[in-house]
Design a protein around this ligand. Structure first.
Ligand code: GLN
Ligand code: ZN
Length: 776
């Protein structure tokens, strides 16, 4: 116990509260049930608890300003005064009202997440929202304009530093770095690259850092995850300019420049040459960075080693980490090293101990944010030769060993199935042209066939019944009866209004991934494992821990029942393997591609059983295929190869006459159109209503041969589209695709809409298709 213990940093912690306290406070505030003061008190309570928890777990470098009422990128836009005119801000301190208007639109109905996992969110006046790198967290896109000026407009970072200090914590405040802020932003003027606004932005950062230094902050953490993206020359120069300027104009505070989510790659020379005091690197995603850093870093550069996975839920093998990092510390010198998670713990659930329903073996392999901080603290002690952690190390070894060999993870039948995948399982029997002919005869659909994407309104009744069933106040039989009635009503209504291809409505599903995860082997679910998706929306991702198989059919009975109610084709509805994978915490002892293939085999079993039961059309949704694209272009090809392969494995076990549909919640296919074509679905439905069909150009220039249903009804809005509007959209689509390819459908599922909106909208949609048919 002689040597110096290595400092332990957390980089950031979840802000939502172990029992979703922040959500409760926000939603009560928005509903007018609590005052602004009460909201701010609840938020302060969460920060206090966070600081205390981190300290008690052994963190020695504790962040501040990692907390946010809604989103830390929005906080940063507000800090620098990048507030578009539309929000009516007149300078001065930014009110909560303005802040939430930017977040949610002034009616507060903006981000209605029609695609079950949030995303999009084009409210009337809310800022745009998009994925934070390759996480399932979404940030508010900063918006700049040509004459953008910047001015310190929120003192949040300073106030939270002071707040912590008053409680006795010397924190390391966290800021989104200037280059990342600009690069993630967009400009209202196409001619202005946001990064070109850097010089105007830097004085605000200078001012903030100086103020923090004046108040006693010793370090600040500046996050520049843009360093793991493909950067151009201008962006690299911007990084150099930014940190040279901060080094020149700020004194008395050290900068820990944090990168995460990947390798700094060919920008590493730039990164290592920046005049900052410390550099954090993600050694989970990019372990190969270590040797480059060891050899290339300045002698006085403090290295923060991201050694525990901040993006996943697995317990670490601490002995292995001790062995790996002991020599690194010896080489760099203990005074130059900090240890940390790979990235902020924002992306992990909070506390495993709250989970009472997990399989105890699986539970013993997991670590959430609380456990991860404890792991870091144990690791720091072990690295310093502290013998008191021997038991903790032994327990960690034991869990690692048990996990490696557990029969709960390794299923010989799955291994056999995987080995048996051959080329025939990767393609349909015949090419699309011949299938299309068989299918045309079989279905004899009218031109411009109409259908929907799957879900119908999840009304309060539906949600209440599900909750009552989960609680046990509604018996299985009662719940099933309820669902049957709901389904029957929906099917009959679709029949009545004249839709051509029907769906059952998905009332029995809690979530498009969870519903399948719960029925597949290899997944577990948590009670409190929430992670922030955006604002007050949190998700509880399934945890994929073992080999995946399908013990029994998952959807066949519901399909059979709903088909029995109509003579029209009833599309069976499944979630695809790539989407299940991308919206889950995935095992780290198997490549993602392998896990995906396993899920594909399980879905293939379901597809085959549906066909056997008589299903003639089967839709396999891949809502998250595009969002799984790696951060670096150089890795896209490999990802798309296995993603497409997985889709093909799950979808090709059927006869030519069986029609495979897929659905994707977006329309930007330019860069991946060949992969989309390679999926070879007979029909794809996509989201196009807001883009005036321009995004169909990718399909046109590719000469995409299969059928397409470009969305003609924006389901993100409560507005009911008129027949003429939809007819005009279809007319635009006809300019780009041949009539024989076109299907008519909404942009996405209807589960977030109300029946009052859905009924007239779909009636209008059918009318639009009929008008066009008549004119043929
Ligand atoms: N079938 C799903 C639904 O309609 C698809 C949702 C999605 O792709 N996000 O809800
Ligand atoms: Zn969708």
């Amino acid at each position: 116990m002689t040597s110096l213990s290595v400092p332990v940093a957390t980089l950031g912690t979840p802000r939502i509260g172990p029992r979703r306290e922040l959500k409760l406070a926000l939603e009560s505030f928005w509903a007018g049930k609590i005052s602004e003061q009460q909201l701010l008190e609840a938020a302060a309570g969460l920060r206090i608890a966070n600081w205390a928890r981190q300290k008690s777990l052994g963190a020695t470098i504790i962040p501040s300003n990692d907390f946010s009422l809604y989103d830390h990128v929005l906080d940063t836009s507000v800090m620098v005064g990048a507030i578009p005119e539309a929000y009516g801000w007149k300078g001065g301190a930014v009110s909560l009202k303005t802040y939430f208007a930017m977040a949610r639109g002034s009616q507060g109905d903006a981000h209605d997440a029609s695609c079950s996992h949030a995303h999009h969110g084009h409210g009337v006046t809310a800022q745009e929202m998009t994925k934070w790198f390759d996480t399932n967290y979404h940030y508010m896109v900063p918006e700049f304009h040509k004459r953008q000026t910047f001015k310190l407009s929120s003192h949040k970072v300073i106030e939270e530093y002071d707040e912590a200090k008053a409680l006795g914590y010397q924190t390391r405040p966290v800021l989104v770095g200037p280059v990342t802020l600009l690069k993630l932003g967009k400009s209202q003027d196409a001619s202005v690259d946001p990064v070109s606004l850097l010089d105007g932005l830097l004085p605000v950062y200078v001012e903030v850092l100086q103020e923090l230094a004046r108040r006693g902050a010793e370090w600040v953490q500046i996050d520049e995850p843009c360093l793991v993206l493909d950067l151009n020359e201008t962006e690299r120069n911007a990084l150099q300019r930014a940190y040279a300027r901060l080094a020149k104009d700020v004194s008395g505070i050290k900068i820990m420049l944090a990168t995460y989510f990947g390798a700094i790659g060919d920008t590493i020379a730039t990164a290592l040459a920046l005049p900052v005091a410390g550099l954090h690197v993600d050694l989970i995603r990019a372990p190969q960075q270590l040797s480059q850093i060891e050899s290339g870093a300045r002698q006085d550069l403090v290295i923060s080693l991201g050694v525990i996975d901040g993006r996943n839920v697995w317990r670490s093998n601490l002995s292995a980490l001790v062995e790996r990092y002991k020599p690194v510390i010896a080489k760099l010198g203990a005074g130059r090293v900090q240890i940390a998670p790979s990235c902020s713990l924002l992306h992990t659930p909070i506390d495993l101990e709250l989970e009472t329903g997990l399989d105890p073996d699986v539970k013993s392999w997991l670590a959430f944010s609380v456990q991860k901080i404890a792991e870091l603290s144990t690791l720091a002690k072990a690295l310093a030769g502290d013998a008191s952690v021997a038991d903790a190390l032994a327990a960690s070894d034991k869990a690692a060993k048990a996990r490696q060999t557990s029969p709960k993870i390794h299923d010989a039948a799955v291994a056999k199935g995987m080995a048996a995948i051959d080329d025939a399982m990767r393609r349909r029997t015949s090419a699309f042209a011949s299938r299309a002919e068989v299918q045309r005869k079989r279905f004899a659909l009218p031109a411009f066939p109409t259908t929907t994407i799957g879900s119908f309104p999840q009304t309060a009744d539906v949600r209440n019944a599900r909750a009552a069933h989960a609680k046990g106040t509604l018996t299985n039989a009662q719940y099933e009866q309820f669902l049957k009635e709901e389904t029957a009503r929906t099917v009959r209504w679709q029949d009545e209004i004249g839709l051509d291809v029907l769906v059952h409505g998905e009332f029995e599903r809690n979530d498009m991934v969870q519903y399948f995860g719960e029925q597949l082997s290899g997944f577990v679910f948590t009670q409190y494992g929430w992670v922030q998706s955006y604002g007050s929306r949190y998700v509880r991702p399934p945890i994929l821990f073992g080999d995946v198989s399908r013990p029994k059919p998952m959807t066949v009975e519901w399909w059979r029942y709903s088909q029995s109610l109509t003579k029209k084709p009833m599309k069976a509805m499944l979630t695809g393997p790539v989407t299940i994978l991308n919206w889950s915490f995935v095992r780290d002892d198997l490549p993602r591609s392998e896990a995906c293939r396993q899920i594909a085999l399980a879905i293939r079993d379901e597809v085959t059983d549906l066909e056997k039961a008589g299903a003639t059309m089967i839709q396999i949704d891949e809502a998250a295929l595009r969002e799984g694209l790696p951060l670096r272009h150089s890795e896209w090809k490999t990802y798309l190869e296995w993603a497409v392969e997985s889709f093909r494995i799950c979808s090709t076990g059927v006869a030519d006459a069986t029609q495979i549909h897929t659905h994707m919640c977006y329309s930007e296919f330019n860069a991946i159109i060949d992969a989309i074509a390679a999926m070879d679905a007979d029909v794809i439905s996509i989201e196009t209503s807001r883009s005036k069909m321009e995004l169909l150009d990718a399909f046109t220039s590719f000469k995409y041969p299969n059928d397409i249903g470009p969305g003609v009804y924006d389901i993100h809005s409560p507005r009911v589209p008129e027949t003429t509007e939809m007819r005009d959209l279809i007319t635009l689509a006809r300019k780009r695709l041949s009539d024989s390819q076109l299907w008519i459908n909404p942009d996405c599922g209807l589960k977030t809409r109300r029946w009052e909106e859905v009924r007239p909208a779909l009636v209008n949609m059918v009318a639009a298709a009929r008008e066009l048919r008549k004119a043929l």
